[in-house]
Design a protein around this ligand. Structure first.
Ligand SMILES: Cc1cc2nc3c(=O)[nH]c(=O)nc-3n(C[C@H](O)[C@H](O)[C@H](O)COP(=O)(O)OP(=O)(O)OC[C@H]3O[C@@H](n4cnc5c(N)ncnc54)[C@H](O)[C@@H]3O)c2cc1C
Length: 410
């Protein structure tokens, strides 16, 4: 390869891909095109630590890292891809030539579209700049309305409440984390936020945003109620940033469609992280995950693939965490299906085991990091049966220890 590898997007996926390429001995040019003005930073604190005081984003790597590893960090947005000439056009007239292009453009926060959604004070949360904007509103007595009871909405609610704001969270489903966790865990999360003083309004939609003189002053719900607001934060999901790929006539379907090798329809272009929609070869089903684990694992995989370290399809066990005040939720999912759950409590620690057809398919842990770690080790190897877990009183750590001892003894 002479022209080198261009990575577009310097989030968790893009930076990890550039890093892993050098780790694996790739010596050609590596260009990292970054769409944000700051040194690439870790994104999860945007809805957590960055909502307090004057906290600054934590860089993913120090500035010296890019110089030392000869990674050209271009702080501008990619505007277009010329696939025939193998060029990426970047703002400011810069042109980057590639042998291989990695798209790691992530996702954007979905904006609400009800009347009044463009009012001042109706915010979304994706970047450090968004966090700075929101935290300006978070003070004792401020009326904060959060739309969406997903991970980001709940994290914002916790941070706003911890700073003394009056928080109302409106969720259109009949429970929080409807897509994310089992009903058992959702009930515990709900209890945690209610105890903290968050007002949860479930099963309600937003009809419009209300204003008296420019900025938002309230949210009108579908049922006709009015919730007063100094600020509204929409945590209603993310939209993959697949515009560059679409314009380059690559297939997109809720993300940039890639095969099991994370390769697009163009063998010289891959997509990783939040923007990548992985297509299952047999069923055609698309999986697009939004997590640091997924972004990092896909990035390491693509570096392996491009440097000849692997030729196998991508495979990794998905796991995730969310910090909501004093509640740390961690989950690992071998498959999203479950027909039964078993809760295991140990003092303040709880884990919910998800079973499907008698096999363990996932574990959701609340303030129980050691069970989460054990579940990752266990599920990475195989799905244990419910009978095996019943023999150890559903103690995931005990079964993980047993399995490890058997492996060492084998
Ligand atoms: C507020 C928030 C909190 C989160 N908390 C957690 C958590 O607690 N745990 C967890 O596991 N996950 C969490 N996530 C999800 C996790 O942060 C993402 O899955 C991860 O950041 C995805 O990494 P990525 O590199 O694919 O995308 P991103 O982090 O979105 O990075 C993509 C980058 O590409 C840039 N870009 C886009 N288009 C262009 C272009 N044309 N040219 C140049 N650059 C471009 C974007 O500006 C961005 O900087 C959170 C996400 C958010 C938004």
């Amino acid at each position: 390869m002479r022209d080198g590898i261009v990575v577009v997007g310097a989030g968790h996926a893009g930076v990890q891909a550039a890093d892993a390429l050098r780790e694996r001995g790739y010596s050609g040019p590596v260009t990292l095109v970054s769409g944000e003005p700051e040194l690439p930073y870790t994104r999860p604190p945007v809805s957590k630590d960055l909502l307090y005081g004057d906290a600054e984003p934590e860089p993913l790597r120090p500035a010296s890292f890019y110089r030392e590893r000869r990674i050209s960090l271009v702080p501008a947005a990619a505007r277009g891809i010329d696939r025939d000439a193998r060029l990426v056009h970047v703002s400011g007239g810069i042109v980057a030539r590639y042998d291989h292009l990695v798209l790691a453009t992530g996702a954007r926060a979905r904006r609400p579209d009800q009347p009044g959604s463009d009012l001042r004070g109706v915010l979304t949360l994706r970047t450090a700049a968004d966090a700075r904007m929101l935290r300006g509103y978070l003070r004792p007595g401020a009326r904060v309305v959060v739309l969406g009871g997903g991970f980001i909405g709940l994290e914002v609610a916790a941070a706003a409440r911890a700073q003394g704001a009056e928080v109302t969270l409106i969720e259109r489903g009949d429970r929080v984390l409807g897509r994310g966790v089992s009903a058992t865990t959702a009930a515990m999360v709900t209890e945690h936020h209610r105890e903290a003083g968050v007002r949860l309004v479930l099963g309600e939609q937003v009809a419009c945003f209300v204003s008296e003189g420019g900025g938002v002053t309230g949210v009108r719900t579908g049922a006709g109620g009015l919730v007063a607001a100094d600020v509204v934060v929409a945590g209603i999901g993310a939209v993959p940033d697949d515009g560059l790929a679409r314009a380059a006539r690559l297939p997109v379907r809720n993300g940039i469609v890639v095969d099991q090798w994370l390769t697009t329809a163009d063998p010289r272009i891959s997509a990783i992280g939040d923007c990548a929609a992985v297509r299952e070869p047999l069923t055609g089903a698309i999986t697009r995950l939004e997590s640091v684990q997924n972004a990092s694992d896909q990035a390491r995989y693509i570096a392996d693939l491009l440097t000849g370290g692997t030729s196998r399809p991508y495979r990794a066990l998905p796991w995730f965490w969310s910090d909501q005040g004093s509640l740390r939720l961690q989950m690992v999912l071998r498959s999203p299906a479950h027909d039964r759950t078993v809760s295991v409590r140990n003092g303040a620690r709880t884990s919910v085991l998800r079973f499907d057809g008698g096999l363990l398919t996932g574990v959701e842990s609340i303030n129980d990091p050691s069970t989460h770690q054990a579940a990752r080790r266990l599920l990475d190897r195989a799905a244990p049966t419910e009978a095996e877990l019943a023999e150890v009183d559903h103690d995931v750590r005990a079964l993980a220890r047993q399995v490890r001892q058997e492996k060492v003894g084998a």
